[in-house]
Design a protein around this ligand. Structure first.
Ligand code: LAC
Ligand code: ZN
Length: 463
């Protein structure tokens, strides 16, 4: 540890008690990394202190002290991020809110109030226990609420009601000065001044530390069904997806997967994938207030998909079967991870997905590399994995990424729709944002965090 960190340890112990100030490297090993593929993952600092406060007041005291001493603070959640966003890359404090995990449900207002350290899994369970429903599924259930807010998480169930941003109604957060701010509340309408709450959502831990969140829930779990539609090729699958989105059916999720990758994910989990044919598949989750409503939507989808040479469709109605499908889909990433250099999460207007995927095929041929693609077709949000090729220098990865990013921008898209900028895309951000836009963002950062102590190195390479 360096000397300024050494000198802060005693004061942190005064605030938190000895048990919650961790300096032993072995005890903080899992806090020094996230899920970013190894070749891209930023190197963690060799000097860090891990702290685990139990209240907003303690968070406030920690931040005030760090700001006074100009010591960087790296807020972490469940460390499920894919862009190195929470990795402490400078000597400083790792701030974990894992002890702050209370959730209360307000049925009358259909809202949950969750502390930032509670997990996505906790929130899903608390909502269900209260007979309510949290529709999205923004990734790994070990992700923490604070992280979901910091990254404006998306996931597979964002087509019908949007990403995390559209569920958050209130936020309590601590500024680097130690001041506590409260924005919004259990409110469905709020036009009181600038929307600072929305500014904080997706700010990747660079503006303030979110300690508590008000989240909109939906009434009791609706009827749900999941369909797997196998198509002979991608073009038919994507044309069908377009037509479904144009119909009066609004799916909760509309995913595109290739047969090879989904079978690999199933094998990785030791599960059987229900449809073993059809090179291009759509996975569609529907929700409705009655079984009849669902069946009529399924029939409509079936009619539309027949126009696109769909093979025999699987309809899953049992909860366990639907959960299995979601689990396999969510583990494509995990099954590819061992040989992965990077995972992209570019987003284009949904109607340009086919053209983008065509471009990726062309890049894959030109470089002679395997570039698996799949993703959130309903949102135009595509995952492209850059894989390691045996005997090939990895310098192609940077070139492939560049070409894909530039194509996305040409197609009217952005370089990230889900995983964020983190610490590995701070240069690429310029492909999407102009000088003035970046300047405005940096001014905002300075206003919130004048001494640049909060998650330095994330979003902007230089302030
Ligand atoms: C997914 C993650 C990688 O969609 O965003 O599986
Ligand atoms: Zn995703």
């Amino acid at each position: 540890m360096n000397s300024s960190l050494n000198s802060i340890v005693g004061r942190l112990i005064e605030i938190l008690g000895k048990e919650w100030v961790i300096t032993d490297r072995e005890m903080m090993e899992s806090y020094l990394r996230d899920e970013t593929p190894e070749p891209m993952r930023p190197k963690p600092t060799s000097a860090a202190v891990l702290v685990k406060p139990s209240s907003t007041k303690e968070v406030s005291q920690i931040l005030k002290l760090s700001d006074e001493m100009r010591i960087p603070v790296f807020p972490v959640g469940g460390r499920t991020g894919l862009v190195g966003g929470s990795i402490p890359t400078k000597p400083g404090i790792i701030l974990s809110l894992e002890r702050m995990k209370k959730i209360s449900i307000d049925r009358d207002n259909l809202m949950a109030v969750a502390e930032a350290g509670s997990t996505l899994g906790d929130l899903i369970k608390a909502s269900e226990d209260a007979g309510l429903f949290f529709p999205p599924h923004p990734g790994d259930e070990g992700a923490q609420i604070g992280g979901l807010i910091a990254t404006n998480a998306g996931g597979v169930r964002a087509v019908k009601y949007g990403v995390i941003r559209s569920y958050v109604k209130g936020i309590e957060a601590v500024l680097p000065s130690g001041e506590i701010i409260t924005l919004g509340g259990k409110l469905l309408k709020n036009n009181t001044g600038y929307d600072l709450m929305q500014l904080i959502i997706g700010s990747e831990g660079t503006l303030c530390v979110v300690t508590k969140v008000v989240i909109k829930l939906h009434p009791k779990s609706p009827f749900t069904a999941t369909l797997i539609l196998p198509f002979p090729n991608r073009s038919e699958a994507l044309k069908c997806a377009k037509k479904i989105l144009l119909s009066d059916i609004v799916p909760l999720a509309l995913e595109y997967v290739g047969l090879k990758e989904i079978l690999m994910a199933a094998e990785h989990l030791n599960e059987e994938w229900p449809v073993q044919f059809g090179n291009a598949q759509l996975i569609i989750t529907l929700t409705g207030t009655s079984e009849d409503e669902l069946l009529s939507a399924c029939e409509k989808i079936s009619r539309i998909s027949e126009e696109h040479n769909v093979g025999e469709t699987v309809l899953a109605e049992r909860k366990e079967e639907q959960e299995k499908i979601l689990r396999v889909r969510s583990n494509i990433y995990t099954s590819l991870k061992p040989r992965m250099v990077d995972i992209l999460d570019v987003t284009v207007p949904p109607s340009n997905l086919d053209a983008l995927m065509g471009f990726v095929d062309e890049v894959s041929r030109r470089y002679g590399v395997y570039l698996p693609v799949y993703g959130h077709a309903g949102d135009g949000n595509l995952h492209i994995h850059i894989m390691q090729e045996e005997g090939k220098e990895m310098d192609y990865a940077e070139k492939v990424k560049r070409e894909v990013y530039e194509a996305c921008v040409r197609f009217g898209g952005v370089i990230t729709g889900e995983h964020g900028i983190g610490k590995i895309r701070t240069e690429d951000i310029r492909l999407v944002l102009g000088k003035k836009e970046l300047e405005l963002m940096k001014e905002i950062k300075k206003l919130f965090d004048p001494n640049n102590i909060l998650n330095p190195g994330a979003v902007f390479s230089k302030i």
